[in-house]
Design a protein around this ligand. Structure first.
Ligand code: HEC
Length: 144
């Protein structure tokens, strides 16, 4: 019996560590976005934030939390290791249940802007891009 209790305690503690890490990735950033990065941030908000915003329950953020186990931020906007080339590869090819995006959806110019945003110094990116869901709620005047 004691042994089962000890195992239960470890499992619960492990779960709590997982929660703490997930909360880390949604750290709130503030500040202005550099003007040159604004177009790329708009592309991110429209096409990527629904899965990759800094919110632990989204498909992309959750998958990357599992993949890297918190070694690097799960939210793409908080990462400092992405290059425009890596972003372009995943956007055009997709991965797992992330779809590839066509040029009629994200043009080459939009993709370049997106790559510039996701590889810029964190302090130039400003606050996280708004999530589509939050934007829709705000438009409808719903308080959260
Ligand atoms: C439908 C949800 C969804 C959308 C929309 C989406 N992604 Fe993803 N993305 C994922 C998932 C899920 C993964 C992780 C797959 C895995 O387990 O390796 C991922 C992985 C990635 C990776 C790989 C990161 C790594 O280190 O392995 C990059 C880069 C990426 N996405 C960029 C983007 C960008 C940029 C956009 C917007 C143009 C976008 N994604 C839109 C779901 C999505």
């Amino acid at each position: 019996m004691k042994r089962y209790l000890a195992i239960a305690a470890i499992v619960i503690a492990g779960g709590m560590i997982g929660v703490a890490q997930a909360e880390d990735t949604s750290a709130v950033r503030t500040g202005e976005t550099a003007a040159a990065l604004a177009p790329g941030k708009d592309v991110f908000a429209h096409w990527c934030a629904p899965c990759h915003a800094a919110e632990p329950r989204l498909a992309g953020t959750m998958a990357l939390q599992v993949k890297y186990e918190g070694a690097i931020p799960a939210a793409l906007e908080d990462r400092t290791d992405l290059t425009p080339e890596v972003v372009a590869y995943f956007v055009r090819n997709g991965v797992a249940w992330m779809p590839p995006f066509r040029k009629t959806e994200i043009s080459d110019a939009d993709l370049a802007a997106l790559g510039a945003y996701l590889s810029a110094p964190l302090e130039e990116r400003g606050a996280h891009a708004p999530r589509l869901a939050d934007e829709m709620m705000a438009r409808k005047g719903v308080q959260q």
